[in-house]
Design a binder for this molecule. Sequence first.
Ligand SMILES: *[C@@H]1O[C@H](CO)[C@@H](O)[C@H](O)[C@H]1NC(C)=O
Ligand SMILES: *[C@@H]1O[C@H](CO)[C@@H](O)[C@H](O)[C@H]1NC(C)=O
Length: 214
Amino acid sequence: MFSVKFNFKRRLLPLYSSLLLVLSIGSVSPGANDLHFYDGVSPADVIFGDVFFEILDPPELRYSYRIRPAKDFGAPFNESIHFANARLVPTKPLHSCSDIENFEDIVGQIALSERGECSFVYKTVMAQQAGARAVIITESVDKWDENIDHLIEMVDDKMELDVNIPAAFLLGRSGATILNTLRKLRRRYAVVNLPINMTHVPINKMNQPPWIAW
Ligand SMILES: *[C@@H]1O[C@H](CO)[C@@H](O)[C@H](O)[C@H]1NC(C)=O
Ligand SMILES: *[C@@H]1O[C@H](CO)[C@@H](O)[C@H](O)[C@H]1NC(C)=O
């Protein structure tokens, strides 16, 4: 009896230490990829300040996507921000650091830009000038290996720019898949609903993309 217990404990020890290691890594970089540590709590606790949108078309991208609103710039994602069957339009140029050429697609819609070259605030201002009503920024495709699974906290870089549309960050893995799929299908935009209310949706019913590890 005693020896059975003893062996049991010894077997569990390595498990405990690897669990502790994983937990401490998780607390250093909170992001979508550590969500599975929240198993058993309500979706509201998992979602905190994040927002979800869904892609309706093209069908290849028909999933729900989680985005993290900018921390201290831009308008809030409040009740005024409501898109149904709207366009999510990759900007040209994709980094949105100079005048956006495809403003005709973007006016009144949601711009999709990639990180890099200039600040998040600057990109948001360029999207706003092109007529976008919101902007989603994702990891730049050539940097996606390092940062693909992290939701970046976008903070103001203290430029004195007047931003009055909301901005949010999308996981690099999702952003790259959306951009690549649209390119492959020769589509100028995806059709989306934003936000979608996930408050009472169980985690396993959230229709997350298969490339997101929950
Ligand atoms: C949402 O936020 C914007 C910008 O702060 C504000 O102008 C608007 O009145 C707000 N809408 C609601 C419904 O609170
Ligand atoms: C989401 O839906 C629940 C009811 O299911 C409601 O109580 C809550 O206010 C909704 N949240 C938003 C942001 O609309």
